[in-house]
Design a protein around this ligand. Structure first.
Ligand code: SF4
Length: 318
């Protein structure tokens, strides 16, 4: 990696970086939560939720002391709730094993649930100035394009990421710059090579074939679910907790049964997940509910999936 390329990217970052709240701090708790939220949630969604998280759980100790239900509720709408469960578990471990202080050692960071190599690299470099690269989806794309290796796998990209950071004078800013370039100019949907600060050093400049790159689409399976809606004017709505694994694990929904095939009627709502298209059919129930569950008069305290919130809003207007 040439000095000129490093400088071009860092200079561009200095002038163009978006102001984001997690960039104004090197506090490990704040960085950790931002990194996990940003793993599978868009920046614009995280931006509206980020400050609320710290109002609700101002410290790692407060997070560890909260119930899992409270943490899931705070995560509502961010998706991929497994992340919230890992955060809660990790907070407990930090309190138990590190006296509530986020560990600075890379291996200790990696040992926390829900933290992989790239997230550990981000936390270690942003908070503790460790010489550790980040290899998230944005950085992978940038590296593949820079090196003209559209199919390069992680085992090829990690050494390239490490080489790049080794020749950079500012580790944390370097990682931020790479992530920012992939998030703004060198994106999955376009490559704005005309405005790119490193286009003269890039093997793919002005030659990126987006259509070819995006050919590998995730297979999405259709699933048909009957949602049994029990309502009572005084008691509210009947909810049961989803199993601890699978779709919407641990969240609260009206009882659901999977249908073997699509019914003849239209679904009341279709909710898209990464690998599933959930077709939701409401069945209004008049009998008393049976099985595990609770009557809930206000949805404030229970974490419901976004798909169920939308469904309830839709059917309440019918
Ligand atoms: S020149 Fe184009 S393809 Fe290369 S890094 Fe910049 S935006 Fe991406």
């Amino acid at each position: 990696m040439s000095f000129a390329r490093c400088k071009a990217l860092l200079d561009w970052y200095g002038l163009n970086a978006r102001r984001l709240p997690w960039r104004d701090t090197d506090a490990p708790y704040a960085i950790w939560i931002s990194e996990i939220m940003l793993q599978q949630t868009q920046v614009k969604t995280v931006l509206v939720r980020y400050a609320d998280w710290f109002e609700r759980f101002p410290s790692i100790e407060a997070l560890a002391a909260a119930s899992l239900d409270d943490v899931l509720k705070a995560w509502e709408g961010l998706g991929y709730y497994r992340r919230a469960r890992f955060i809660h578990q990790a907070a407990g471990l930090i309190v138990e094993q590190h006296r509530g202080i986020f560990p600075s050692n890379f291996d200790a960071i990696m040992a926390l649930p829900g933290i992989g190599l790239s997230t550990a690299g981000a936390i270690a470099s942003f908070c503790f100035a460790a010489n550790t690269p980040v290899l998230d989806a944005n950085v992978k794309r940038v590296l593949r394009r820079w090196h003209g290796m559209p199919e390069a796998a992680d085992n090829v990209l990690w050494p390239l990421a490490q080489q790049a950071i080794d020749s950079s004078a500012a580790i944390a800013i370097w990682n931020q710059s790479m992530m920012e370039l992939g998030a703004t100019l060198c994106t999955a949907k376009s490559a704005n090579c005309g405005d790119c600060p490193v286009n003269v050093y890039c093997d793919s400049a002005f030659r990126v074939e987006i259509a070819k790159e995006s050919r590998k689409k995730t297979a999405v399976r259709d699933v048909h679910w009957q949602v049994h809606l029990h309502r009572d004017r005084c008691k509210g709505i009947w909810l049961s907790q989803r199993p601890v694994s699978g779709i919407w694990a641990g969240l609260w929904t009206p009882p659901i049964t999977e249908l073997a095939q699509a019914p003849a009627c239209q679904p009341d709502h279709i909710h898209l997940l990464t690998h599933r298209r959930l077709h939701l059919y409401v069945q209004h129930q008049t009998k008393q509910p049976s099985g595990a569950g609770i009557w809930v008069s206000s949805l404030e305290k229970h974490a419901l999936p976004t798909g169920i919130h939308r469904l309830l809003a839709l059917v309440s207007h019918k």
